[in-house]
Design a protein around this ligand. Structure first.
Ligand code: GUN
Ligand code: ZN
Length: 440
């Protein structure tokens, strides 16, 4: 057995049987009427998975001898899931004054060039997971840089922490600095080698990752489409229609394509398992094609306001799987709470008031659907892996005084969604194990 497998097994065995007590909120979709809330609930954890959820009194009576952790009135939720993030951009988060293409050229590509150094990548991966977990995010789907070593650093760190995680090498063979460019063949070969090493290892999954059409030639997109056909159980992630001048550039670069989505579609990069970041400026044909093919969207609201991209139409979530995402460093926060708040604000600007259940679903179970992890993570349900975030719903004075007036769980939760940050994260559990518990 290799060292990585041994570490993971040891950790899985360490996760004791335990009862967690607190408020529980079980969602099975975005509809609040289908949710189940227990103001004094409990979750039974067995061997890193959720064995049972229900009223605390019933569970304590049924399992009188199991160890207990009582979180008082804190809310036990599935850990948050970030469906689109760039771990190598942590150092350039909150870089001022540019829109997408200039932001990439001025801030992003110079930083990504530093990931040629495996030690730099390893340090960045450690910091990234510290920040994500500190925000209550237990699974991410990340873009690495074009260097295979940056993918290795990500997966080694995720594996060391026992996380369910997804990532891929960002392939680019044009319109980027030479030091970041591969070729169609190298993109194929290096991605394939990384799939063979990492995909399906413990809790890790690979996402084939052409960065976006402006930085991938048709030849490279075709090569990655062929790779996806050979490994259909991998995900595929890329960017689409984030800014209008990007859309116009794609039309110039690919004059024979029907539209932006078609540049991926004709390369075999569209279908179930495809995750398209942003998807703001879509045509009616592109929307219909996304619906017909079962592809998913990662909505990145703090990024869309920060880089000035536009207002995503959350109504798309009625017919297309949509998960929330930070998109750091284009996004301005690691917090999925802040991300839910930005999604709420953007929808309000489009005349659509999103219910807290819908917001929460897009950051948990709905996000798991987007990543192909439905049933494994994202729900407080028996059989799911016990990756949990425990939320203090009174983490600051302003939140506490608003929550004190709440008439139901939604009113109690919404102030934390809108104003909460890492101070609201009381504890995080990975496969049942606490990453730094603070029970009452
Ligand atoms: N489009 C292509 N690459 C990127 C990126 O790194 N961030 C964002 N926000 N959009 C992109
Ligand atoms: Zn992105």
């Amino acid at each position: 057995m290799d060292k990585l497998n041994a570490t993971w097994l040891t950790r899985a065995m360490e996760s004791a049987h335990e009862i967690l007590i607190g408020q529980t909120l079980e969602l099975s979709g975005p509809d609040p009427t289908a949710a189940r809330h227990n103001s004094r609930g409990a979750v039974v954890i067995e061997n890193g998975k959720i064995a049972r959820v229900g009223p605390a009194d019933d569970i304590l009576r049924a399992h009188p001898n199991l160890p207990q952790t009582d979180y008082g009135t804190a809310l036990i939720l599935p850990g948050f899931i970030d469906t689109h993030v760039h771990y190598p951009q942590t150092a350039i988060i909150a870089s001022w004054g540019k829109r997408l293409i200039d932001w990439l050229d001025q801030y992003t590509f110079p930083e990504e060039m530093r990931f040629e150094d495996p030690d730099y990548a390893a340090h960045a991966a450690r910091l990234f997971f510290d920040l994500s977990l500190g925000a209550g995010t237990t699974t991410v789907c990340s873009y690495a840089t074009s260097h295979p070593a940056s993918v290795t650093a990500f997966f080694e760190e995720a594996n060391r922490r026992g996380l369910r995680a997804m990532a891929g090498k960002s392939c680019m063979d044009r319109n980027a600095p030479h030091a970041l460019c591969d070729t169609a063949q190298r993109a194929y070969d290096e991605s394939k080698a990384l799939i063979e090493t990492w995909h399906g290892k413990n809790r890790l999954c690979y996402a084939i990752t052409p960065r976006f059409t402006p930085t991938s030639t048709t030849e490279q997109l075709n090569a990655l489409g062929a790779l996806w056909a050979e490994h259909p159980d991998c995900a595929m992630q890329t960017h689409i229609s984030e800014q209008t001048d990007e859309v116009a550039w794609v039309a110039e670069l690919c004059p024979d394509a029907r539209d932006y989505l078609d540049t991926y579609d004709r390369a075999g990069l569209l279908g179930k398992g495809a995750i398209f970041g942003h998807a703001i400026h879509l045509t009616a044909r592109e929307i219909a094609r996304l619906q017909d093919t079962g592809a998913a969207i990662a909505h990145c609201p703090t990024s869309n306001t920060f880089i000035g991209s536009g207002l995503f139409d959350m109504k798309l979530a009625e017919t297309i799987a949509v998960g929330l995402a930070t998109d750091t460093g284009g996004g301005s926060s690691f917090s999925m709470l802040r991300t839910m708040a930005a999604a709420y604000e953007i929808a309000q600007l489009r005349g659509n008031a999103l219910h807290p259940a819908n917001l929460l679903w897009r950051a948990t179970g709905g996000a798991a659907d987007v990543l192909g992890f439905a049933g494994k993570i994202g729900q407080l349900a028996p059989g799911a892996e016990a990756d949990l975030a425990i939320l203090d719903l009174a983490s600051t004075p302003v939140i506490a005084q608003r929550a004190a007036r709440a008439g139901d769980i939604w009113e109690a939760l919404f102030p934390t969604i809108m104003m909460g940050d890492d101070r609201a994260i009381r504890d995080v559990r990975i496969q049942g194990r606490s990453t730094g518990s603070s029970p009452c």
